[in-house]
Design a binder for this molecule. Structure first.
Ligand SMILES: Cc1ncc(C[n+]2csc(CCOP(=O)(O)OP(=O)(O)O)c2C)c(N)n1
Length: 868
């Protein structure tokens, strides 16, 4: 077969000016390869490539190869399964998945769901389930499988046949609230571990997050192995993703990390059905070529799985390369049209374009042409590709699987522009589908969307269970059991913070000191995963480079420039810090992998990811939301936080909103401690919640870079620190205590609040200061109390002793302190000060005056409020 690539074809430079000379060169090369073998042939090509570069003729090797299968028929391993049974099982999965979606939408039109995506991915899933995806059992730690989210119905359909879900469950797809009353579990729309904690492992519903997450999970397995914490060898990470999904920046951003780290434990299957939601992924080009180029350039092993077995004979008889030539001129938009049309159209339009092609299908019926399969629908070809990927060493592999969107949906959907959102099929379409896949259903059963489940002792069911049993059990299955990790007593690592004795330091400095001490604990220390995105020096963490090292899968192959320094940049195979470079998306994916290790690997790890707070919830908020769904346990440290505290960095850097977003994540507990002692209490409590009590929570703690005097934590304050507020100081004045002004403050604004209180006291105004360690905890407590008769919110209790005005200030937008307004006792006025608007560069003092969160503004507001 001759080589025809689309890039050449589209460039139009395929004209041969001297075919005789070309033939001489070609014959010489063929003779060389035949006489001396492939190694010599490769060597010769390398020589020519070197020559071509030296001569500077402008030649670059093409990264895209012809539009044919990478694995030649001769290299295909034998298919070890029972093809007929697997095909029958696949048909059942397809039907049950379809019936689930159509039923739900017939009952409630607004529920939604997808048929066409799984219809294209079913065989890709099934080969994995029958032959490759290993579950966790006694001997195997389990593969990690990321499922394309909108193909979830297919995974439910399989779990139904496996006996893990009931018919009633299937009937409650996307009815999570109403299901329990019907004795069913509601099946979530997409993979959500939060909603189905014993089923889904990885949330993939937001396109692009599954791909990047899978890379960092694969890399984290290497980290665990290299650090001798858990041997993850032999385990793989599989991900089935969409070709449209590859356009997400997150999908692409870590490709080179995967190849640099030689992650041969990672296999991606990109389902190239050539369509996304609105239309073709690349109507006027070809996504497979584009992805092949991209992945090869990024250092991945690429396997193209384009054509099914019934094409093998056509290719074999195609001695002139007519097929490859035709493909080279066919863009995806046209290929989609071929998918949507019948055999007759394909005979006329595709095979009819060239007499050579027409000859290939001479004697074929239209039906035979219609049934020609693309590679991603051929179990034998898929199996061959998966086997090659699983065996490949030294690189991650991507399989570009060519499929038809809505495969088998006939005129109702196959290859149709609108197929993505198709969720209703009329009776004629259902009968057609039944016939297409030879389903054992009467007309009535098909029309009423009956689910199919063969008898337990049927060949299909025995086969299904036997395959899963050989692969360690059923999947997906989320585990939760893991051993607790002891948290050392706070006195052994936090005394410097609890009894700070007025020493000047920032909370960032205090945190780094605290982390350094925790890392030394023999039990907990090795489980800690410090993560940075190229800001360790900014936060004063350079000392940790030497102390615990930076993880590198190849150790350190150079002598660092600063080798003599105590802060030397030390990379090591057993290094502990994950230095992710300038990729917050990568760092949060790394954090998620570590924060869910307790479940994915049964080994609790404790990640501390410290970053510029503005580049957290604002930049990678959706990834944090997904981590929350995945029930992450760990710490996010939003450093250089506070819109006025960061000072000079200006508009893009100054964070005044992260606490607002953090408050919207139900299992995120967000804290804005002002003092090192508060922070130590919070960190200790968090570690206990996550490692000892094993609760599915994560902590967001903001840290500041402003140095100020750190007081001792008042005796007995710790419980209230953890409830979100405690009484810091009181200043009595001549007026009745009833009129006492209460000032609330958090983070670096608390010292401003204390100064304001001192100024008020100097003017004879009685006042008190409450340190707010968490606005969102106070607000949640308030909301919880609303649900319980007679319960009084913590903040209401604290504010109940006086009746003067209450003034609240923080370095965040006003909506943050506004979140507790409902819990201010009746009769007390409440004014909030905050940093709404864009930040800008100046000194802290100037900024605080500008935003109105300095001591003077607080005093003025308090006096004004009193005057009312
Ligand atoms: C971040 C994000 N944006 C948009 C969507 C909505 N969405 C769900 S599936 C889909 C199309 C997916 O196309 P593709 O990845 O090619 O997969 P296919 O369904 O064609 O197999 C879109 C736009 C989403 N889930 N996540």
């Amino acid at each position: 077969m001759s080589d025809h690539s689309i890039t050449q074809a589209l460039r139009g430079d395929v004209h041969d000016v001297d075919p005789t000379e070309t033939a001489e060169w070609r014959d010489a090369f063929i003779a060389l390869a035949q006489a001396h073998g492939p190694a010599r042939a490769r060597w010769m090509l390398d020589q020519l490539a070197t020559l071509a570069r030296q001569a500077d003729i402008g030649w670059r090797p093409e990264l895209a190869t012809p539009y044919v299968n990478t694995i030649a028929v001769a290299q295909q391993p034998p298919f070890r399964g029972d093809l007929a049974i697997e095909e029958r099982l696949g048909s059942l999965m397809r039907w049950n998945a379809l019936a689930m979606v159509v039923r739900a939408n017939m009952a409630y039109g607004e529920l939604g769901g997808h048929i066409a995506s799984y219809a294209s991915a079913a065989d890709l899933f099934e080969v994995g389930f029958n032959h490759f995806f290993h579950a966790r059992d006694q001997r195997h730690g389990g593969d990690l499988v990321f499922f394309q989210p909108h193909s979830a119905p297919g995974v439910y359909a399989r779990a139904f046949l496996e006996g893990r879900l009931t018919e009633r469950d299937l009937a409650h797809y996307r009815q999570e609230l109403s299901a329990p009353a019907q004795g069913a579990r509601g099946l979530s729309s997409y993979p959500h571990p939060w909603l189905m904690p014993d089923f889904w492992q990885f949330p993939t519903g937001s396109m692009g997050l599954g791909p990047i997450s899978s890379i960092y999970h694969a890399r984290f397995m290497r980290y665990l192995t290299h650090r001798a914490l858990l041997d993850c060898s032999g385990r793989k990470v599989w991900g089935v993703f969409g070709d449209g999904e590859m356009d997400e920046p997150e999908s692409m951003s870590a490709l080179t990390l995967a190849s640099r780290e030689r992650l041969d434990n990672l296999v991606w299957v990109v389902n190239c059905n050539l369509q996304r939601l609105d239309g073709p992924v690349r109507g006027n080009g070809r996504i497979v070529d584009e992805l092949e180029t991209l992945f090869r350039g990024a250092g991945w092993h690429v396997i193209k799985l384009l054509w099914g077995s019934d094409w093998d004979g056509l290719f074999a008889r195609d001695t002139t390369g007519a097929l490859a030539r035709a493909f080279a001129h066919t863009v995806d938009g046209q290929m989609q049209t071929f998918a949507a049309k019948d055999g007759r159209f394909n005979r006329d339009t595709f095979f009819g374009q060239d007499p050579e092609l027409a000859r290939l299908v001479e004697g074929w019926t239209d039906e035979q042409i219609d049934r020609l399969k693309r590679g991603g629908h051929d179990l034998v070809k898929i199996h061959a590709a998966y086997a090659a990927a699983a065996a490949h060493v030294g690189q991650p592999t991507v399989i570009l699987a060519h499929t038809k969107k809505g495969f088998g949906m006939g005129a109702a959907g196959q290859g149709r522009m609108t197929t993505h959102s198709q969720k209703k099929l009329d009776e004629a379409m259902l009968l057609e589908f039944r016939d297409r896949f030879a389903l054992p259903l009467s007309n009535e059963q098909a029309a009423s969307l009956a689910f199919i489940k063969p008898a337990d002792d049927s060949a299909e069911m025995r086969y299904l269970h036997a395959r899963r049993s050989a692969l360690g059990g059923y999947l997906p299955k989320r585990e939760q059991a893991c051993e607790a990790v002891a948290v050392p007593p706070i006195a052994s690592w936090g005394t410097f913070a609890l009894q700070a004795q007025g020493k000047e330091m920032s909370t960032t400095m205090a945190f780094v000191r605290l982390l350094g001490a925790l890392l030394k604990d023999p039990a907990l220390g090795p489980r800690i995963v410090p993560i940075v995105a190229d800001e360790a020096r900014t936060f004063g963490m350079a000392n940790l480079f030497k102390q615990v090292g930076i993880y590198s899968s190849v150790g350190q192959r150079y002598e660092p420039e600063d080798i003599g320094s105590v802060l030397s940049y030390r990379e090591a195979l057993d290094g502990q810090i994950l230095e992710e470079g300038i990729s917050e998306a990568g760092a949060i994916a790394s954090w998620t992998a570590a924060a869910t290790s307790y479940s994915v690997h049964g080994l609790a790890m404790l990640p501390f990811y410290i970053y510029y707070s503005m580049f957290g919830f604002q930049r990678v908020g959706d990834a944090i939301w997904a981590a929350a769904d995945q029930r992450a346990r760990g710490f996010l440290l939003g450093a250089t936080s506070g819109r006025t505290t960061l000072g000079g960095e200006g508009l893009q850097h100054q964070d005044g909103s992260s606490h607002l977003v953090a408050a919207t994540i139900p299992n995120c507990r967000a804290w804005d401690p002002a003092f090192a002692g508060e922070m130590a209490v919070i960190v200790e409590h968090g570690m206990r919640e996550m490692l000892v009590e094993q609760r599915d929570v994560f902590y967001y703690v903001t840290l500041m870079n402003e140095n100020y005097a750190q007081p001792d934590l008042p005796a007995g304050a710790a419980p209230n620190v953890l409830r979100g507020a405690y009484r810091l100081r009181a200043f009595t004045g001549p007026q009745p205590a009833d009129d006492t002004v209460t000032l609330l403050g958090s983070g670096a604004i608390l010292p401003e609040v204390v100064r304001a209180a001192e100024q008020l006291a100097a003017q004879g105004v009685a006042c008190e200061v409450l340190s707010i360690t968490s606005w969102s905890e106070l607000s949640r407590d308030g909301m919880a109390c609303e649900q319980t008769d007679g319960a009084v919110p913590h903040v209401t209790q604290l504010l109940s002793t006086h009746r003067g005005p209450v003034i609240a200030a923080s370095d965040y937008v006003r909506a943050v302190p506004e979140s507790i307004r409902a819990y201010i006792p009746e009769g007390r006025s409440y004014r909030t000060l905050g940093t709404d608007g864009f930040g800008r560069s100046d000194t802290r003092q100037a900024l605080r005056q500008f935003f109105g969160v300095n001591a003077e503004t607080i005093v003025a507001q308090a006096l004004k409020a009193r005057g009312r």
